[in-house]
Every structure is written in C-alpha cells, then in structure tokens.
Unconditional design. Structure first.
Length: 269
C-alpha cells in the first residue's frame, strides 16, 4: 500500500481544505487566523472565552443569558448586558476588513452564534476524519491516510476553553477522536511496512496518554519487526509499571499475550 498523495486525494483535499480568510482556531488555545495572520487573545479573557464557546458550537446558538452568566457571573444584569454588547462590537471592528458589514456574531431569538463566514479548525478536523473514514470504507487506504494525517496536523493541542460544561465535554470528545486517529494511522503504517512512521505515531499517542495499551502494543510490534526484541520486552515492562502506578492494574490479556509471543516466537509478529 502506498501512502503517496494520489490524484484523487489531492482533488479531495484541495476542495475540502483550502485555508480560509477567516478561521477560529480552538486547538492549543483560542486564536483567530485572519488573512494568514494569527491573532491571539489574553488567556482567560472574555474575548477568548466567548469565541471559544461559540466556535465549539459553530452552527448552534448559545442563549444570551448563558453567555452573561458564564462570562460575568454575579455582575449586575445591566452592566453585564452592556459588557456583552461592547464585546460583540469589538469583534465586529476586528473582523470588518474581512467580512465587511456582515455581523461576525449572529443574534436571533435571544441567542448568539458564529456567522457562516467564519470557519473553525475543529470543524475541518472532523470533516477530514469523515473523509478518511469514507475513503477507508471504499478501499482507498492511501487517500484515507492522507486525510487522517491532515487532520492530525490540525490538532496543535487540546482545546483550552473550559468556560462551561459543554466546552469541557467537547474538548474531551475532540481529544478522544485525535487519539483514536493516531492509533489508526499507526496501525495503517505498520501494515504497510512503514515502521518508522508507525512507531512515531504510537509514541506520540503515548506522550499524550501513557496508559494507552494499544499504543504500547504497537511499539512492541515495531521493535520486534526491527529485530530489537529486548526493547520490545522492555516496552511491556514500561507499560506494566505505568498501569500499576496510575491505576494499580495489570496489563490487558492482549498485551500479556503479545509479550509472551515476543518472548517465545518473535518471528511470528
């Protein structure tokens, strides 16, 4: 299997992922990408929190009262409403050179949401994963890997916005998707014989979640394929120590079975 960018993959990605003139980025911290220039906000500022909340629900409105209570808890309603109005106006001034008189934050029926003219990196991330899934189902594994790796490249860190419970839940959901795609790409590279790429993805997965046994197993398999049997067995010991320290638990039967297979018959890996 080749993972070279095929003509079909290039066509799909060119149509689905062209850098927009205006995009909210939520991975690794909330920022704005405007005409290729990154605009950052002070950590935990009202601008960062509001933009993050809206970006994590780009096509769903958030009630004004929810924003007021989240951003200005305990503040007298009149002052909170005035502060929200000023914040919305500041976004309009900031983005006027991109979208003109179009409102960046739409207000209807007592709720706010992002304008359709504003892209969100998390949306592209999920679209690319969906494209990869569709390509995998059709048997086009090369295109699937290209889509998955493009999605992984977008994920520059966990979503930092935790202004409300929905943001926290969305942060964990996106993180889980990222880890799942890392594991899939590691597996696909292993099956294709791209061992350096496979172990790279698996080790990245372990850096984020050291307790992922599927990643430990992948590292063990790669080391075995490379003829580094001792290192593969050492990886099992690392896995065992981490699980014992974190959860007072032992490795899964699948991990133990792989360890025994590497000890007894590494040629079968």
């Amino acid at each position: 299997m080749s993972t070279r960018l095929t003509a079909d993959a290039r066509r799909i990605l060119d149509s689905a992922f062209t850098t927009p003139s205006l995009m909210v980025c939520v991975f690794g911290g909330v920022s704005l990408l405007k005409f290729g220039e990154i605009i950052t906000f002070r950590s935990n500022s009202k601008s960062e929190l509001m933009l993050g909340m809206l970006a994590l629900r780009p096509r769903h409105a958030i009630q004004r009262d929810v924003l007021l209570e989240t951003l200005w808890p305990g503040v007298e309603p009149g002052h909170a409403h005035q502060s929200l109005h000023s914040l919305v106006y500041s976004f309009h001034r900031l983005l006027h050179d991109v979208i003109g008189d179009e409102a960046p934050l739409l207000y209807t029926h007592g709720a706010y949401q992002l304008s359709d003219h504003i892209a969100v990196d998390a949306t592209y991330f999920e679209q690319l994963i969906s494209m990869g899934d569709a390509s995998m189902r059709s048997g086009d594994r090369a295109t699937a890997i290209v889509c998955f790796e493009k999605a992984l490249a977008l994920y520059s860190g966990d979503v930092s916005c935790d202004a409300d419970s929905n943001s926290i839940i969305e942060r964990e959901r996106l993180r889980a998707r990222y880890l799942s795609v890392l594991a899939r790409v590691a597996h696909e590279h292993f099956e294709a014989g791209n061992l350096s790429a496979s172990i790279g993805e698996a080790q990245q997965l372990l850096r984020i979640d050291p307790c992922r046994e599927d990643a430990h197993r992948m590292v063990m398999r790669v080391y075995t394929r490379l003829g580094e049997r001792a290192q593969a067995l050492r990886q099992y010991q690392i896995c065992e120590r981490i699980l014992n320290h974190e959860y007072n638990a032992r490795p899964e039967p699948a991990t133990l079975a792989l360890y025994d297979q590497i000890r007894l018959d590494p040629s079968a890996i």
